[in-house]
Design a binder for this molecule. Structure first.
Ligand code: SR1
Ligand code: MG
Length: 385
């Protein structure tokens, strides 16, 4: 089959032929392993080697054909992997091929890695993961910003990553839907009164609108755009950041906010399950992530620059507010945090309520100036049980 003449959705059978040029062995078998909301992902294996084939569908997988999307996100992901790999070598998955017509990436198989989220849910410690992701965040944030990248180069790069269809999805799911009676919202009966109250919370709606405006207009850096703990995979000191289809030029604080929010939800889940020892691990992850981000920022940019302290202050303030929105939408919106959803009642309902309160405190509790303040607000009064 000629795989360059047009788009064909792959299945476990046809992907064998598609992937054969990259494996050169026989027999091959394939399994669809995608558990994300957007694409199909196949692992294709021979006796000695394997690859991942990730294909964009012309619609949002989690919503079905009723939510059409172009397949352009595959091109965005391929390009973003290239740019971020130059800035953070070894952190992104190695791209073996990109087939534009098929909207399919052929990627190295990280079969021995686990997602950070799954390891968090299992209570398994991954060494070095937070440090690696913190350094990655700093490298891509600073490296694609006007702080480090020469203007002319940046203007060209900027044109390749405009506000995309997936930015519209984020705009809707994080900044709008949770504060309206949107059909896409999903919440447990126990959480319904809190979820509905968000729709009438004028202060919160105003804060969400302000941050939505920041998300849409502040094209400060080529960010990952969906840096939750399911977008990180790790094994024995080798950490990778995956799923770059949401990449766009957005605000500095967005990626750190999303990441810290997902860690905070994990922390709440462990606390409500009574797993206090693992709470300390998650506290450590969050602190290590932020420390690595700051350390690498200092290394890449001149801390003697008079503007440096003010820059950092705005950075953490924004991260805190984006974190608040991410916490709330992972409880009442379309895409939930499995960390909390997998709890039994009543722990699940308590964690959900605390997640919403933490998000609200981050958005409305006054400007956050330090990481400790951010984390304390996110995980609540019982940060040190
Ligand atoms: C409909 S897509 C839902 C979510 O999945 C992605 O990973 C993003 O987080 C998005 O908001
Ligand atoms: Mg994803």
């Amino acid at each position: 089959m000629d795989w360059t003449s047009g788009y064909v959705p792959l299945d476990e059978q046809s992907v064998l032929d598609f992937a054969r040029p990259f494996l050169d062995e026989d027999p091959l078998d394939a399994t669809e392993i995608g558990d994300g909301n957007l694409n199909v992902v196949f692992r294709v294996r021979g006796a000695t080697s394997s690859v991942i084939v990730k294909q964009a569908l012309p619609y949002l997988r989690v919503a079905g054909e009723a939510w059409p999307l172009t397949r352009h996100r595959a091109r965005i992901e391929a390009n973003a992997i290239d740019v971020h790999t130059k800035l953070a070598p070894g952190v992104l998955p190695y791209t073996i091929d990109f087939n534009e017509q098929m909207s399919a990436l052929v990627l190295e198989d990280l079969s021995e890695h686990v997602t950070w989220r799954e390891s968090l849910i299992a209570g398994q410690v991954l060494d070095g993961v937070a440090d690696a992701v913190g350094r990655y965040s700093a490298a891509v944030i600073l490296g694609t910003s006007d702080l480090l990248l020469p203007s002319r180069q940046r203007k060209v790069l900027r044109q390749g990553f405009v506000y995309s269809e997936l930015c519209l999805v984020t705009e809707d799911l994080i900044f709008t839907a949770p504060y309206t009676d949107a059909e896409s919202n999903r919440y447990d009966d126990e959480t319904a009164p809190l979820a509905r109250a968000l729709q009438h919370d004028r202060l919160l709606r105003s804060a969400a609108a302000e941050m939505r405006f920041a998300f849409k207009t502040r094209d400060e850096a080529l960010i990952h755009g969906d840096l939750h703990t399911g977008s990180v995979m790790s094994k024995a000191g080798d950490t990778r950041v995956i799923d770059l289809e949401f990449a766009f030029f957005g605000p500095f604080g967005f990626d750190p906010g999303v990441l810290l929010a997902n860690l905070a939800l994990s922390r709440l889940a462990h606390e409500e399950s009574g797993n206090l020892a693992f709470c300390r691990v998650v506290d450590g992850y969050a602190a290590d992530y932020w420390a690595a981000l700051m350390d690498e920022t200092k290394r890449l940019w001149n801390p003697a620059e008079p503007w440096y302290a003010r820059f950092l202050s705005q950075f953490i303030g924004d991260a805190a507010r984006f974190a608040g929105l991410e916490m709330i939408r992972r409880i009442v919106g379309l895409a939930h945090a499995k960390d909390i959803d997998s709890l039994a009642l009543p722990a699940r309902a308590i964690a959900q309520s605390r997640g919403i309160s933490g998000g609200r405190a981050l958005l409305l509790g006054g400007t956050v100036h330090t990481f400790e303040d951010l984390w304390h607000r996110a995980v609540g009064e019982d940060a040190n049980p």
